[in-house]
Design a protein. Structure first.
Length: 459
């Protein structure tokens, strides 16, 4: 009996995936409204979405041990995409340790084992699932198998393939069009959270803000090979407190060290809420990656430290040298650059100061005309020691990314400062700033890269 059901489900998936992929591609490129406002349907479905951050008048008590939630990301994504939502769940009493993320590349065959492991860890028969984009295609096939569907109580598809739930799983969809948002934003926005929370718990959230925790908090996550999402096994890590005004380390030795094992996990590490930190990973063959975030103000367990693999396209197409820095700037809420967004376009200013050389702030997105989540910036060999803002050919051809020729003078030791400033949706009154040292991207034979990650929310 079991074998016949599985074979039947496999045939159904095979005949539907082509159509589903077409749907997902269509959704991914569908333009959102320029206003960015939530629709009336959204507000009606989730009362808290009407006034982001507002508390509701009445709210039932959250069960002490709600079912765990598993997030399945989309193409070229990772579990970090759900980090803000996990903190929002925690801010509403839904324990952070019950929010998990499944990382994969093109092969999602490990999802069933992952869900089984989560079920076993918490001693439950079912989980709840949220999936985005390509992840909704993965879940379409998963839920067509009755034995797998029996493990999922509720499922929400985020801007992707509409669910087909014929084996008892409760399902719903949230689309970018309904929210007046763009493709990735529709998975991680406060408005999307309100609807997800309402669906999973049957009640509106108390708040759609991420609450601020004081004193000691925790950070944790995984170190993964860039894009393929396999564990960066063997990398060694350090945690450094830094001066937020310069990005420079404030102690002579790291406050924590760790080694990445076969599962890719690190932490939890104890940090001080509101303090700025650098995470550094070193691995033979790929050099050192330096990771910078806005100050952590709430415990977070879905950090992803992405490491380029030696010989990969990302590795070979990044120009490195002793006189300039190289960085990837990331914000999961897309930078809006398409003309359809009107005057709400994001900008990203990058400037360098210091004895190694200075460059005034320049809007590196000035010539970018598509919405992107990741921006690769370094000095192009075609125009050394100048910021031409020309596209970096390889990175500009990748989905959800772009590359821009930006000259950031680097030095060894890194005594200068590079300032990354983001005006969300063009609003300079809500500017987000991250300062880093001006690490030379090549010191001897050792590469140094940076990943600068902005919060996908402003509160």
């Amino acid at each position: 009996m079991e074998g016949s059901y599985v074979r039947k489900s496999a045939r159904v998936v095979g005949t539907t995936l082509a159509l589903v992929l077409l749907v997902v591609v269509t959704v991914a490129v569908r333009p959102a409204s320029a206003t960015g406002a939530a629709s009336d349907a959204t507000a009606a479905a989730a009362p808290a979405a009407g006034v982001v951050g507002a508390a509701t008048a009445t709210r039932a008590a959250q069960p002490a041990n709600p079912l765990p939630i598993v997030f399945v990301h989309g193409y070229l994504g990772s579990g970090a995409q759900y980090r803000s939502q996990a903190m929002r769940f925690d801010s509403n009493g839904y324990p952070a340790d019950r929010i998990r993320a499944f990382d994969y590349s093109s092969d999602a065959s490990g999802l069933d084992d992952f869900i089984d492991a989560v079920r076993a860890e918490f001693g439950v028969s079912k989980v709840r699932v949220a999936a985005h984009s390509l992840g909704t295609v993965v879940m379409l096939g998963y839920l067509l198998n009755p034995f797998q569907a029996a493990k999922v109580e509720k499922y929400v598809a985020l801007d992707g393939a509409s669910p087909i739930c014929i084996w008892g799983t409760q399902c719903t969809s949230i689309t970018a069009a309904e929210l007046g948002q763009t493709h990735i934003e529709a998975s991680l926005s406060p408005e999307s959270f309100a609807r997800q929370y309402q669906f999973f718990t049957g009640q509106a959230p108390r708040t759609t803000n991420i609450t601020t925790q004081t004193g000691s908090i925790q950070i944790a996550g995984r170190a993964l090979n860039f894009h393929v999402n396999t564990p960066a096994t063997g990398a060694t890590g350090q945690l450094w407190p830094i001066d937020p005004a310069t990005g420079h380390r404030t102690t002579s030795s790291p406050v924590a060290t760790f080694t990445i094992g076969a599962d890719g996990n690190f932490g939890p590490l104890t940090v001080t809420s509101g303090q700025s930190y650098e995470l550094a990973l070193q691995r033979s063959g790929t050099g050192v990656m330096h990771y910078y975030f806005q100050p952590f103000t709430h415990s977070t367990y879905l950090l992803r430290l992405q490491v380029p693999e030696a010989g990969s396209d990302e590795f070979t197409n990044t120009n490195v040298g002793p006189g300039h820095a190289a960085a990837v700037v990331l914000r999961y809420r897309e930078w809006w650059r398409a003309s359809s967004h009107g005057n709400r376009l994001d900008n990203l200013l990058i400037g360098t100061t210091g004895p190694g050389g200075s460059q005034p702030p320049i809007d590196v997105l000035r010539r970018v005309t598509a919405d992107v989540a990741g921006i690769h910036v370094h000095d192009d060999t075609a125009s050394p020691r100048q910021s031409s803002l020309d596209p970096l050919s390889y990175f500009s051809s990748q989905p959800f990314q772009t590359g821009v020729d930006v000259y950031m003078p680097g030095s060894n030791p890194a005594t200068g400062t590079i300032t990354f400033a983001n005006d969300p949706r063009g609003d300079a009154t809500r500017r987000q700033v991250i300062n880093t040292p001006n690490w030379a991207s090549l010191v001897g034979t050792t590469r140094h890269g940076m990943l600068v990650e902005f919060n996908d929310y402003v509160q």
